[in-house]
Design a protein around this ligand. Sequence first.
Ligand SMILES: Cc1ncc(COP(=O)(O)O)c(C=O)c1O
Length: 399
Amino acid sequence: METVREELIIPGLDHLGVLEGAAAFDQTVSIIRPNLPPWENVKDRFQKIYASGMITNHRTVAELEAVMADFLEVREVVALSSCTSGLILALKALGISGEVIVPSFTFSATGHAVFWAGAKPVFVDCDHRDWNISIESIRQAVSPDTAAILAVHIFGNPAPVLALEELARELCVPLLFDAAHGLGGAVGGKRIGGFGRAEIFSLSPTKLLTGGEGGLLATNDETLAGEIRFLRNYGNQGDYDCRELGLNARMTEFNAALVLEGLGLVEGEIRERARLAAVYRKELASLPGIIFQEVPAGNTHTWKDFTLVIEPASFGLDRNQVQALLGKENIQTKKYFYPPLHMQSAYKKLPHRMVRLNVTEWLTHNVLTLPLYSQLEENGIRRIAATLSALHHNAEKLK
Ligand SMILES: Cc1ncc(COP(=O)(O)O)c(C=O)c1O
């Protein structure tokens, strides 16, 4: 837990490290902090796994799948080594080989999975309010080769799932969700996990629920779940004569144990993050040039990330300047997502297509993700907000 200095920050240069005063924080405030379950509980489970001698894809994984199917209110959950492997296998299992429509404003793994599955991504724009995939942009991108839509719940803000389901039905293509950020989120009271043909979650360390590494594929399609269970085990159906090219995408028992013990913390973590996100928004509301991600009424954002836009003309400093200055105050931030998929070097060599990406371009050059997790507490959030305010008020001198 970071030590937060007691005295109040006044929006003035003398309290900022950038002018040789004391930095806003004595120690680095990291961008993430996993909320891990008590070691005692995890230890008991680890000991049992050790004693059984079965250390991968066994009883604990099966227990996790059942518990998560219950939690996500879906028929099937398949545990995997990562969200990336789950995305690849879902595309493979559905036999998708044409064009897959994906937002460009997302983490690299969304796009990588499309290429690894042997399909071609078509990058589309996002909505300027909720920053999720744009329905209009998908319509612009549709072609006779359109084979699937892969949407993302950006930062944990649920994508427009109902409109996407309607569009996928109209186009007769499968709809998948990269739900890496979405665990615990909901749309009109229905949990993320049950929309589209499948939703794939990540359990990597930056997520609200983590197994160290891991992924979960949630679906109401039992045939698809069965197929993924073979594919995660090299494609072996038991006789070693693989009919499909699978992967080793199994989850170990230890990862599953950590997730099972961590699940009970998720809803409290989301509630606390929502409360802290509201503190950020209140404290930053009067600063010009700060724009927040909109959450449609009735939806539950998981607040996996708290990302805002900094418009340089009105804030006085650009995103890169703000990031560098916050770094000097010992506040770690991230440019989630810069560069977006269509600007990544690896993709320039690979076949892809894109439509107009105006909102993506605006977001990618102006977004900054601030620290948000329950251990930071309200005084930490207020101090970060006050530091941002100080940067704005002293922008001319800091340029
Ligand atoms: C949107 C998105 N998709 C996929 C992934 C990949 O998840 P994993 O590391 O479990 O493969 C991430 C990881 O952070 C992500 O942010």
